[in-house]
Ligand binder design. Structure first.
Ligand code: NDP
Length: 401
């Protein structure tokens, strides 16, 4: 029986607390906090109506360490689940250290004024969490998150040596808008427009954003164009599985999405450099976010499925093998269960599972951990039990590209 404090009442926070409420034997008390208490209250009302569980709400600005520490001292949770934005990771880790509370997030730290994310900043907290006897679990979403656990599970059960890793992320859903992002547009567009990097023979190889394209036939979705992208789990996976020779991440984008993005980029609306507009400083990308459809409102209109998984080639018992491990998730089914689309669902469920495993003591440790450092088996079991069942296939040959 444990207390959890969730910070961030967006799409992912909403799914996470809806799922936690269905597991009351682990989450005996849930508090949801955000900058706007109205967002928390709306979610709390939905949880009460769907599952009859009352969750507490609170207001906090997670950029202010002192405010979070006061909230932690008041709520006294066993775990803080950070589902705010990547910019809040470090202040929330600082607050956890000050209040003596363990920590979990779904995305790695990114400075607000630089479109750059890497684990270095959070890995630097290793000694402080270790000394404090606390655990910080990084990236417990889908990708990163489940994709790290998939890699660890394949390494544990199906490979003696892994040579190549490809993570394939397909959103085959359609929300009916000419242009919208499925999660926070500021984060999404920064990610998509950044130069890409993949791991090859012990080094990072950089190429321009969206410059490498392939078509793949995704289970239950069909043929989709996917593009090579840099994604944060590559950094921790090649560190923890150093024998992997090539690691790549692919994401699908439709032609209409890319055409809109190109125009927005060409007119400067995706920039994070501040400009002065009518005497006021504004950041073009933040302005763009304000005029785009709210990702939280897409759930109701989104149809279709996501398919995210890992293809790994390597060796087992002297034979060359290629395995594909993936999850297919249906947007409309997610909306029926928790009132959110599959992109938030596939992130919020793993956040709940990571939190449950820490609170039950199944995943224990002192210091800062990436998902692949912990035993994948209990996490894989919980994915099957809590709405993200996985499928596993042996492929005849490695990817041809
Ligand atoms: P949203 O933008 O929908 O929600 C973010 C929430 O954080 C909002 O409720 C917002 O508050 C709150 N927030 C923002 N700043 C602060 C602050 N200073 N203090 C307190 N609360 C704040 O994001 P998502 O729900 O889509 O995503 C949540 C996280 O999950 C992000 O970090 C995202 O990068 C990550 N993610 C991870 C994925 C994965 O697979 N690993 C996939 C998708 C997302 P308010 O409404 O009160 O203003």
């Amino acid at each position: 029986m444990s207390k959890v404090l969730v910070i961030g009442a967006g799409g992912v926070g909403s799914v996470a607390v809806h799922k936690m409420a269905q597991l009351s034997e682990v989450f005996s008390s849930i508090t949801l906090a955000s900058r706007r208490i109205s967002s928390c209250q709306k979610i709390a009302d939905s949880v009460k109506q769907r599952f009859g569980v009352k969750i507490e709400t609170a207001e906090v600005d997670a950029d202010e360490v002192g405010q979070t520490v006061r909230l932690l001292e008041q709520v006294k949770p066993d775990l803080l689940v950070n589902l705010a934005l990547p910019y809040q990771d470090l202040p929330l880790m600082d607050a956890c250290l000050e209040a003596g509370v363990s920590y979990l997030d779904t995305a790695n730290y990114e400075p607000k004024d630089e479109a750059k994310f890497e684990y270095r900043w959070q890995w630097e907290y290793q000694e402080r969490f270790e000394k404090a006897g606390l655990m910080a679990l990084l990236g417990s979403g889908f990708d990163p998150g489940v994709t790290n656990v998939f890699t660890a599970w394949l390494a544990k059960h199906h490979f003696d040596r892994m040579d190549t890793l490809d993570i394939l992320d397909c959103n085959g859903g359609d929300h009916g808008h000419p242009f919208a992002t499925n999660f926070n547009p500021e984060i999404n567009i920064r990610e998509v427009t950044a130069p890409t990097r993949h791991w090859e023979q012990g080094d990072w190889v950089e190429s321009p954003a969206l410059s490498s394209k392939q078509t793949f036939d995704f289970p239950e979705v069909g043929d989709r164009n996917m593009y090579l992208m840099y994604h944060e789990e590559l950094e921790s996976l090649v560190k923890h599985f150093p024998h992997i020779q090539r690691a790549r991440f692919w994401m699908t984008f439709g032609d209409a999405y890319l055409t809109h993005l190109e125009v927005l980029q060409n007119v400067g609306l995706t920039s994070i450099e501040p400009i002065i507009y009518q005497g006021q400083e504004i950041i073009p990308l933040q302005f763009l976010k304000a005029v785009l459809p709210d990702p939280g409102g897409l759930g109701e209109r989104t149809k279709g499925k996501t398919c995210i998984g890992n293809i790994i080639s390597g060796e087992k018992d002297g034979a060359k093998v290629t395995k594909y491990l993936f999850n297919v998730c249906d947007h409309e089914a997610c909306f029926r269960e928790v009132g959110s689309q599959a992109v938030s669902y596939t992130t919020g469920v793993p956040a709940m599972i990571g939190a449950a495993l820490i609170l039950k003591g199944t995943w224990q440790g002192r210091g800062v951990f990436n998902m692949e450092q912990l035993d994948p088996d209990p996490f894989m079991d919980m994915l099957n039990q809590h709405g993200l069942p996985w499928e596993f296939r042996q492929l005849d040959a490695p990817l041809s590209f």
